[in-house]
Design a binder for this molecule. Structure first.
Ligand SMILES: Cc1cc2nc3c(=O)[nH]c(=O)nc-3n(C[C@H](O)[C@H](O)[C@H](O)COP(=O)(O)O)c2cc1C
Length: 313
């Protein structure tokens, strides 16, 4: 894929291959790992603006940034109330972040029925207010959205123009409609329409699991870059593959991820989280179902470490 820097309102990324926000996955350790593997930009998982204003202790882990993290610090917020979005964007907790991404694509009913996430695709005036509210913090703002609620309700081009007019510095377009959740074809043509409609950088998202997928997504959409989501959960080394960054020994990387997760989030979380991640990483291997069973039988971090140390990734 054609690599280039992306200029987000004056913030320059080292390349145009980004890690998507992934609820439950893109914690500080995983973001750091993907950055070290070549990801040009990483995001926290989605954080509720209202939740942050009411109970910031609950969101502390989600917002943690490792002191050694060398990339642009980007947080994703979600919400439907411009006042809370403005308060969150200006809060002490968000102060360390240089870029705020606004979630306008989440399809989950709990979020959608609250007028948040992908519900904003059907409420452009409110979406515009939310962008302006975040922009009032003085930070760079990006918006991640889907192309529409359904095939009959595609709004990508108009929505993108609204985002740019409201002050967004970058857009990420997930080329699926809300009703498709994460399955189905990516609509390249709609992402291309967005790219033609605005001057700010446009990042294409959806279905990148290998280098060829990224090439096709770039070619068909003319986008400025790609964002990788599930592909990175299964295979974080995809960033080295796409960017040409050096790829260290995979097993050593997973062991480091385990140890860093343990020291940052404690044993209980590290055990549950890293069993799940290791199971993703071995997906597709010949003996993966037997290995998966063994992984889930590990009932201590020590046993898991031993198991990882004897596994090929
Ligand atoms: C487990 C999981 C969690 C996700 N969490 C978020 C999130 O917090 N914020 C967001 O904007 N999108 C989230 N997404 C959507 C992804 O960022 C991405 O848009 C989607 O998976 C399509 O990309 P892909 O085909 O490369 O997976 C999530 C997706 C998955 C599978």
């Amino acid at each position: 894929m054609q690599l280039k820097q992306i200029d987000i309102g004056g913030l320059k990324t080292p390349n145009n291959v980004f890690l998507a926000p992934l609820a439950g996955y893109t914690n500080a350790v995983f973001r750091g790992m993907c950055y070290s593997l070549g990801a040009g930009l990483t995001f926290t998982e989605m954080v509720s603006a209202k939740g942050l204003c009411y109970d910031s202790a609950k969101t502390r882990d989600l917002l943690y940034i490792t002191p050694s993290y060398g990339g642009i610090k980007a947080v994703q917020l979600f919400g439907g109330d411009p006042e809370f979005m403005a308060r969150a964007a200006r809060s002490e907790e968000i102060a360390p972040f240089e870029l705020i991404d606004i979630n306008m694509g989440c399809p989950v009913p709990k979020i959608y029925n609250n007028g948040e996430g992908s519900a904003l695709l059907a409420d452009m005036p409110r979406a515009a207010e939310l962008i302006k509210a975040c922009k009032s913090s003085g930070k760079r703002i990006s918006v991640k959205f889907r192309i529409g609620l359904s095939a009959e309700r595609i709004v990508a081009e108009d929505f993108a123009k609204m985002c740019e007019d409201s002050g967004a510095d970058m857009l990420t377009v997930h080329g699926r409609t809300r009703d498709k959740i994460y399955a189905g074809e990516v609509n390249y043509a709609e992402i291309e329409r967005v790219k033609r409609a605005v001057r700010i950088p446009v990042i294409a998202n959806g279905g990148v699991f290998c280098g060829a997928d990224a090439d096709i997504l770039m070619e068909r959409t003319g986008a400025d870059g790609v964002m990788v989501a599930r592909g990175a959960m299964y295979s974080p080394w995809i960033f080295a593959d796409l960017t040409g960054a050096p790829l260290p020994d995979r097993r050593a990387l997973v062991l480091k991820q385990l140890d860093d997760t343990l020291s940052l989030f404690g044993g209980r979380f590290a055990l549950v989280f890293m069993r799940k991640m290791a199971a993703f990483y071995i997906k597709g291997q010949r003996n993966s179902s037997a290995l998966r069973e063994q992984l889930f039988m590990c009932d201590s971090v020590e046993k898991l470490r031993e198991m990882i140390a004897s596994t090929e990734f």
